[in-house]
Every structure is written in C-alpha cells, then in structure tokens.
Design a protein around this ligand. Sequence first.
Ligand code: GLN
Length: 484
Amino acid sequence: MHNLTIAELVKGLQSKKFTSVELTQHFLDRISSLNPAYNAVITVTAEQALKAAAAADQRLAAGDAPDLCGVPILHKDIFCTDGVRTSCGSKMLDNFIPPYNATVVENFEQAGAVVLGKTNMDEFAMGSSNETSFYGPVKNPWAIDSVPGGSSGGSAAAVAARLAPGATATDTGGSIRQPAALCGVSGIKPTYGRVSRWGMIAFASSLDQGGPMARTAEDCALLLNCMASYDDKDSTCIEREVPDYTATLNSSVKGLRIGIPKEYFSEGLHPGTEKAVRAALANLEAQGAELVEISLPNSALSVPAYYVIAPAEASANLSRFDGSRYGYRCEDPKDLQDMYCRSRAEGFGEEVQRRILIGTYCLSAGYYDAYYGKAQQVRQLIQQDFVKAFDNVDLIMGPTCPSPAFKFGAKGDDPVAMYLEDIYTIATNLAGLPGMSIPCGMVEGKPVGLQIIGNYFDEARILSAAHQYQQSTDWHDLAPEGIA
Ligand code: GLN
C-alpha cells in the first residue's frame, strides 16, 4: 500500500479495497520499523490517528467523503496541532503543546485526512540540511551519510521513505523545494498569501509560505486543494477562489513558453545536475513547449538581500520566546534580565542565535537604512525581473539547487556555503511567486530536482506542466534502496 500515490489511495479507499484503519496501521508500522534509521518523524500520534481513521471509514461508508478522507499524512512540526507538541525543531518549544490547530491542520482535519505525526525540521526552519534540529539530523533515505536538505527535510525524507504518502512543509527561502529535490520527491511552494500562515510558527513573515510534498505533481494538486484557503485570521491571505488543481493536470504543454534564466546555469552548478535539468527541458520541448532563454539580471543579489530581510523579520518574530510566556525557561533565574538572557541562550541553537544577532543589528538605529532599507529596494528589483520575464514566458524552469545532497558536516562550519544552497530558490520567495521542484534525474545515486516557477496564482499551470513531465518519465517512481 505504501507504494500507491495519494490519487490511488483515494480510489482504493472510496472503492473499499482497503480501509483507512488498515492503511493507517500500515504506515504506523512502517514508521516504527524504518524511522529510527532516518529520524524524519519526531512525534507519532498513533492513537489519535487510528481514531481519526475509524471516523474516516464511517464517512467513507456513508458515501459522500471528501477526496482526502482517510488518507494518512504528516505535518511539519512548525504547524500548531491542538494537544500535540509543536516544537519547531527547537529546545525552546520542546515542551510546547498548542491549544489550537493551525488553519492548514484544521483544513486537513475537516477533509478527514489522518495525521500520523509531526516531522523533524531545522530549528525554526532556519537551515538547508536539517542539521540544526534540536532532535538531531534527518538522514537522506537515498544516502544515509548525506543530508535530506532543509528545513522541511523531515517531510521530504518521510515521503521518500514511504512513511507517509504526503506531508505538509513550509518554504521561506527554499525549504520545500530544496529538500524535495534532495530526496527525490515533488513539492510546491504556492504564491505568498495562497495558504494561511495562521498557526504556522513564524520565521520571516513576508516570505513564509506553507505547501505540500508528495511523490507526484498530481498528489501535490490534491493536497493543495485542501491546504489552500482564504483565512481572515491571516491578514496576508488573499481572498481568491481556490481552483481545483487536479482539473487542469491534463493540459498539454504544447505552445507553452518556458523561460530558461541564464543566471541559473552559471558557475557552481554541478555538471551532473545541469545535464539532468537540460534533459528534462528537452523532454518538455519534445512535447511541444518552446524554450526561451531569459535573463533575471538581479539574481545574484537574492541571497544577500534575503540574509538581511529574513534575519530582520526573524529577530522580531522570535522576540516572543523569552522564557516568560511559553516555551523553555532557564533554571533558577536571578532576576528578569537573567531569565531572558539564559532562557534564550540555552533554548536557541547556534544558527538561530546567529540570525537573531544579524537581524537585530540590521534593524538597529543607524543601520536600518543601510541594510534593511537597501535590502527592501533590492527585493523590488528582483521582483521586477520576474514581472518583466513573465511578460514573455508562461513558466520559468531551471535547477532547484546547485548540486545533489551533500554529506553531513560538509557545510556545517561555513554558514555562507550553506546559504548558497538556496541560490536558485530564494528569489521566488522575495518576489512572492509560486515554485515547485520535481525529480528529474539521478547523479551519483542521488536525486536531482527540476524547478518550475510560475506567475502569481499560476499554481495550476506549474502543476500541469509537472504532471505532463511525470506522465512521460519515471524519476518520481524511483525508491531508495530497501524502501519499495
Ligand atoms: N535555507 C534557508 C534558510 O536557512 C531557507 C529556509 C526556509 O525556507 N525555511 O533560511
């Protein structure tokens, strides 16, 4: 059952080939036998899952259940889950049990999906390798000595290892697309404002966006149908009808104009990655798409602008964790100041502290205009590059990341080398555009991702191009050794 896609599971459940309780038990068993090797899941909610599965079976028996009713999924541990620990990968929130569900969690609950548990992640979603998690790193199922990417590495590894057919994730600078690429799964970061951020623990609020991961584009479409909604509890959520993303999957790519940014094929791109991505583009061209070389001239500025804006917003967002309200509090504080200082020094890991320091510096009097103000201007330029490009093309494609999964420790001592992992993904967040990664090849036994960027609210077009590609290739069907 674990090799079936969500689309196939939906059919199996609705035609009573198996029950949700059977399916849920099957995935729970896989999590208990396989997860110790990967550390992808950090909380298992077996009892609630089986209860939800039994309720789903009743709805299915009644005959009018929504698509995802009875389908098991995992949530990234950044989404608040009522009564279930939500740690955000941090010691700071190791004891945090939210009294409410995030809107995304609520949407899945309403649809009758079954939550198996919560996935590991980089602390507060800061990272590209999952090495910053308080709960230890996630291992890449394709190569146990290599990182799964981050920050949604737990979700990506869990889907790759078939511990769940789909999972939620978030992307601030690449955290859905980069781990999806490194673990050989599909993942889409929707347009900013498409998915509610309410109850999703904030990292950099103007960039954070939730989205789904699954093995195929079709499954991502099914999950996004449920995940996307208008929510008046998130003031940046856009009031706009959610289309049925599965309805247009079969649109042909014939005549589709695909922009290939020359800046995304520059120095630093692994030759094996480039070869796989170019082959994927040739496949789409053979299906009738037109490849057009384009330029996004300010691409090189995206990483520097992001590493001012994201830490600035993070420093403001994370100021709420001070030991006084919820989360970690140091032992025997001498006075208030001591409690703030030690709770934060002991509760936050090194990368989070680095970001808070950078962010506080960039926002301080005298530096605000020089750094934060400047970065916001650069952000405008980056966004205008895309607006111009989309005057002439329908989608933009290129590699998701510069190389396949690297070994643990390879970039751990060099934050800047780690930051460059997101060189092709960050601009999309700065512009608020949707982007997806799908598997398009293998290099040295590790998966490669093709990135597909769309215009605002053009998720349906991204998903259909991805689906058309997956109809004629089988990279998305490959499984790591010992998994299928
Ligand atoms: N790797 C980037 C960072 O460390 C992006 C993380 C993310 O998208 N959450 O900030």
